[in-house]
Ligand binder design. Structure first.
Ligand code: TRP
Length: 347
């Protein structure tokens, strides 16, 4: 099925290594939280696994159908974030969900393997419905997106799905669909997947909230300019009880130190700085100066790679086109297997 040319260009896409799949809804730029929680892991995974990374634009539309242009625009922005942080298209397959109609086809069958009651009980969907204030006016596509995500995961026969804690119910529901389908056709057509939840917790927002998130407006984007980084660091929440420099300060809940823990490569100097802060006598401004230097140093090469890539957006689109074509071959095979298993192979 796959042409020798694509296989040679991308040995990782056809190797027998276990398949790992992740995805993002392209609704806005990626930030430091994405980096800590997932992007940096993907850079490691791509060496050892056959990795698919999905730009889930169709899923993003389930609650953004009023603004498809926003989703479309962010597909390339997120792709730039991937490439700038070290996702290597020769090792990972980046694909655009909407360009693989077999995913919609699989979703159509899987919808018959879940009940509305079960979808309404899915804790992730439930919380998202609450956050979006849908009340009873839930787009049907939104309520049923777990079936679509099951299609994403099973189409590529992924055995591992790295996700945040909040996505674990999605994997559970996928596996219910897998077991139900395999039981009906009495054959192991679909494979169950395991959620891979990173041990390092999520990165808090600059405002001190537990999660860095676009909707909370407390992010530092991977594409932030040097000025934006400077301004964000100024706003970073520290210890509200640390009123005078001489006072002992707290490390816990102090976001400047949370970020330094995540990004400062000089661990010994950081340990000393923490001890000094806790003893008293260390100004927030000194801690923040260090934080700014660390973040600028971390983001500068990402920004430079991004600028380089942006010079040739056609090349980036070509990477997405090739990844999507490769991914489609795999998804088409699964859709074919699924239909055959049901006896829906007439000609
Ligand atoms: N639902 C995921 C999120 O909101 C995005 C996503 C879509 C995904 N399809 C996927 C994640 C498949 C893992 C696997 O972040």
């Amino acid at each position: 099925m796959s042409s020798p040319a694509t296989s040679a260009a991308n040995p990782a896409a056809t190797s027998p290594a276990p398949i790992i799949l992740t995805g993002d809804r392209p609704t806005g730029p990626l930030h430091l939280g994405h980096y800590v929680g997932s992007l940096r892991n993907r850079v490691t995974y791509q060496r050892d696994y056959r990795q698919f990374i999905m730009l889930a634009d169709a899923q993003a539309l389930t609650d953004n159908m009023d603004d498809p242009a926003k989703v479309q625009r962010n597909v390339i922005e997120v792709a730039l974030d991937y490439l700038a942080t070290g996702i290597d298209p020769a090792q990972s397959t980046i694909l655009i969900q909407s360009q693989i109609p077999e995913l919609a086809e699989l979703t159509f069958y899987y919808l018959n393997l879940v009940t509305v009651a079960r979808l309404e009980r899915n804790p992730t969907v439930k919380e998202e419905i609450r956050l979006r204030g849908f009340e009873r006016d839930i787009p049907a596509g939104f309520l049923t997106y777990p079936a679509s995500q099951a299609a994403d995961i099973t189409a590529f026969k992924a055995v591992l799905v790295p996700v945040g804690e909040d996505q674990v119910p999605m994997i559970e529901q996928t596996n219910e669909i897998v077991r139900r389908f395999n039981r009906i056709v009495n054959k192991e057509v679909l494979v169950e997947a395991k959620a891979l939840v990173p041990e390092i917790g999520r990165l808090p927002g600059i405002d001190g909230k537990a999660k860095m998130s676009k909707s909370l407006g407390n992010t530092i984007n991977l594409s932030a300019s040097a000025d934006e980084v400077r301004a964000a660091v100024k706003k970073v929440y520290t210890d509200p009880l640390h009123l005078r420099v001489a006072d002992p300060g707290h490390i816990e809940g102090n976001i400047a130190f949370s970020y330094l823990d995540a990004f400062d490569p000089e661990k010994d100097a950081l340990a000393e700085m923490k001890a000094h802060y806790q003893r008293g006598g260390l100004a927030d401004s000194i801690v923040k100066a260090r934080l700014e230097a660390v973040l600028q140093e971390f983001l500068a090469p990402i920004r430079a790679r991004r600028a380089e890539l942006e010079k040739d957006r056609g090349h980036v689109m070509q990477i997405l086109k090739e990844g999507t074509a490769r991914a489609r071959e795999v998804a088409a095979q699964t859709a074919d297997d699924v239909k055959r298993a049901m006896g829906l192979s007439y000609f």
